[in-house]
Design a protein around this ligand. Structure first.
Ligand SMILES: CC(C)(COP(=O)(O)OP(=O)(O)OC[C@H]1O[C@@H](n2cnc3c(N)ncnc32)[C@H](O)[C@@H]1OP(=O)(O)O)[C@@H](O)C(=O)NCCC(=O)NCCS
Length: 175
């Protein structure tokens, strides 16, 4: 399997949207009930680029996108500007083949190079064990849990937050 991790382009958004839409409908991996429209994805893509937040895809060749990962603001306030939240989705038929790890490693490297110092992963539970194990395997540690703050598919969901320092983390001052 040849898998290229590269920056996303607008042409990748329909494939990324298809992966995300499937997760919206079939899982509690995302709090969204429905996927955004392609137009909204285009807008958000532009906003991410303007905010210096990377958006990567796993390109399997022959026009196939196996997964995607991007960073976004953990909170919009200025004081959080060195902290990003990751979002990562691998298409169902591509999971557990190491693609998520390739994407996350590349996202961590990219965010570190851009000067971000902390990465947060927000995971909904129950149902998020796979993502929890996945992030722990990449060096994230659980730092917070908000019980029953979400509702989807007839269940209360808790938000678990994991955190991983990027580069020198809080050991040195930024910039
Ligand atoms: C979570 C997700 C991104 C992981 O991607 P993936 O390509 O399936 O994971 P990888 O094959 O790269 O796994 C890397 C490591 O993570 C851990 N891991 C991944 N899936 C796991 C599972 N189901 N159970 C236990 N550990 C798991 C393992 O340590 C694994 O290493 P190993 O295979 O050598 O044991 C992917 O399964 C996915 O898209 N899930 C649905 C959406 C989702 O939950 N996204 C996260 C939202 S925050």
């Amino acid at each position: 399997m040849t898998m290229q991790i590269r920056e996303a382009t607008l042409d990748d958004l329909p494939a990324a949207l298809a992966i995300y839409a499937h997760a919206c409908e079939t899982s509690t991996a995302t709090w969204d009930y429905e996927a955004p429209t392609l137009e909204t994805m285009h807008e958000r893509f532009g906003q991410r680029a303007a905010a210096n937040h990377p958006f990567l895809v796993a390109d399997a060749g022959q026009g196939q996108i196996a997964g995607f990962a991007y960073a976004s603001s953990f909170h919009p306030h200025d004081g959080f500007r060195f902290t990003v939240e990751d979002t990562i989705y691998v298409g169902e038929g591509w999971q557990r083949k190491g693609i998520g790890r390739l994407l996350l490693d590349a996202l961590i490297e990219d965010c570190t190079a851009r000067g971000f110092r902390q990465m947060i992963a927000g995971i909904s539970m129950p149902g998020g064990d796979q993502s929890l194990r996945f992030h722990e395997a990449a060096g994230f540690r659980k730092v917070a849990e908000f019980p029953s703050v979400g509702w989807k598919h007839g269940h209360w969901l808790s938000a678990h937050y994991l955190q991983r320092p990027l580069g020198e983390g809080a050991d040195t001052l930024p910039e």
